[in-house]
Design a protein around this ligand. Structure first.
Ligand code: NAD
Length: 477
């Protein structure tokens, strides 16, 4: 693990090189940082707007739960609307670099398991590559390609100076103990050391990874190159992490909802929220929406779903479960089948687990007014079409879950400048960034030519346009 083995361990197998080249009205404490959040201001505006109309896609849908297929569909559609040149589209259809690595990990029983790791760097026209690292048994190159390209447009939409990347290790993450996961993070860092770095590509946590994973990656990097906390984000606070990173996606979702609720046609106070996934995103969202005055009526995780007793979980019970990083099972309430969560009657459904959660097999039973996409690509194309025709408003992943990468950006900036912002400052900046992005997105939906656009179509148009402008200015096309 030391620097002596660095040359050998930095060897990277390049698989494909396409171009190498609150209202904080009930705050009873906190779990990852002091409770100093700035109040969320609600904006009044009459509900409605073009994105409330039903929309049929102008191009045929090939149904798939693959995030790559979903993002590719929206890219092609944006390309037609924006009249992009074929060469520009070809660059966006592929990735700047795709790396596949072999990851031998010594198991606690003395055996060795070999896993496959991926890092896909989609586009860096707007800044260094940025994207999470996922440890999960079901990932493959196709999933990582899709999520990397989604990151490119997400960073552009919320206007932070990053390109898009994603990484993953195909492994039985739930079966690995803490030491095995640590060894896996370290061997991954050694294998990716030639392609990541604070000015090149900055990983962060995703499904199956967390602050501890990032601590291992940062430490391993420091043995290879030298101490640089900015090489990863989502680190523990004492290692150069930032306040508010762990709950950034949940906080961002709540801030966005508080700001957009009028236009989405839902009252914030008392809004019934159902959340699929009780991990970093879902659990933080449960706390943030409850602090906002909403009622979290049900949550689920990979093992179970729980209906809140009396119609809403108690904030203290939620905060305690989150502080101890407990599963949904720890919450009081009636147990229902895991996937019934998606059909619980509610005002706002937040899928915050895996992609493709809402699909043709369950969409008819989804009973909500608004979907806030906490997960990436949680709604398949034909399920989305059906929901839009029923008048369900979908706030797309590109904006809805961008709180994570926005606060990662803040962490990176603090690391590079040796600064330390307090929780209130991080939260205030997050709120400002989400508000600006929502205003720009809403304006883009309202001021379009040639027929209605959904929020997702407008989000892709804005994101893709900003990326292609940067590519053109850099003479990449
Ligand atoms: P996590 O590993 O912390 O949590 C995932 C949760 O989903 C767990 O509670 C797990 O039990 C649950 N789950 C898995 N399968 C399920 C199923 N079939 N039904 C119900 N629950 C299920 O991961 P996370 O970081 O919270 O990420 C969740 C989603 O949010 C992912 O799609 C991820 O890409 C996206 N996202 C995460 C971040 C981030 O910063 N962590 C940022 C943006 C988007």
């Amino acid at each position: 693990m030391g620097s002596g083995s660095s040359n050998q361990s930095r060897r990277v197998a390049v698989l494909v090189v396409m171009r190498t080249s609150t209202v904080r009205n009930r705050c009873h404490g906190s779990w990852s940082s002091p409770c100093k959040w700035a109040p969320i201001r609600l904006r009044k505006r009459s509900p409605g707007g073009p994105f409330l109309r039903s929309v049929r896609y102008g191009r045929p849908i090939t149904e798939s739960s693959s995030p790559h297929a979903v993002v590719a569909f929206h890219l092609e559609a944006a390309g037609e609307r924006l009249k992009l040149a074929e060469a520009t589209l070809d660059l966006l259809r592929s990735s700047e670099r795709e790396v596949q690595v072999q990851l031998p990990v010594e198991r606690t029983d003395g055996s060795t398991s070999v896993y496959t790791g991926y890092r896909v760097q989609h586009n860096a026209a707007r800044g260094p590559f940025k994207g999470g690292i996922r440890f999960h048994p079901d990932v493959d190159l196709d999933v990582v390609q899709g999520l990397a390209s989604l990151m490119t447009y997400k960073c552009a939409l919320v206007n932070i100076p990053f390109g898009g990347a994603k990484g993953a290790v195909r492994c039985p993450a739930g079966e690995l103990d803490a030491r095995e996961r640590g060894r896996l993070a370290r061997v991954l860092t050694r294998r990716l050391a030639d392609v990541i770095g604070p000015e090149r590509d900055i990983p962060a946590p995703d499904i199956g990874t967390d602050e501890t994973t990032m601590a291992h990656m940062m430490d391993e990097w420091s043995h290879i190159v030298g101490p640089t906390p900015a090489v990863v984000t989502g680190k523990p606070l004492v290692l150069g992490g930032t306040y508010g990173r762990r709950d950034a996606v949940g906080r961002g979702l709540a801030q966005l909802f508080s700001y957009a609720a009028d236009e989405l046609g839902v009252d914030v106070e008392g809004a019934r929220i159902a959340i699929q996934g009780f991990g970093k995103v879902g659990a933080a969202a449960a706390v943030a929406f409850t602090r906002l005055g909403c009622k979290v009526v049900a949550v689920s995780d990979a093992d179970t779903a729980v209906l809140a007793p009396g119609g809403a979980f108690d904030l203290i019970a939620l905060e305690e479960a989150v502080a101890r990083q407990e599963p949904a099972e720890a919450l009081p309430g009636d147990r229902i089948a895991r996937d019934e969560l998606l059909t619980v009657p509610c005002d706002v459904l937040i899928p915050a687990a895996l992609g493709g959660a809402i699909h043709p097999g369950n969409v008819a039973d989804v009973d909500c007014q608004v979907i806030l996409e906490g997960a990436n690509a949680p709604v398949t194309l034909s399920a989305e079409q059906e929901l839009l025709e029923r008048g369900v408003r979908i706030v797309p992943d590109l904006l809805a879950n961008a709180g994570g990468v926005i606060v990662s950006y803040f962490e990176w900036v603090q690391n590079l400048q040796h600064l330390h912002w307090d929780a209130g400052e991080v939260d205030e900046r997050l709120g400002r960034t989400m508000r600006r992005a929502w205003d720009e997105l809403h304006a883009a939906v309202e001021h379009q030519d040639g027929g209605p656009r959904t929020l997702r179509e407008a989000a892709y148009d804005l994101g893709v346009q900003r990326v292609t402008q940067a590519m053109a200015l850099r003479r990449a096309v």
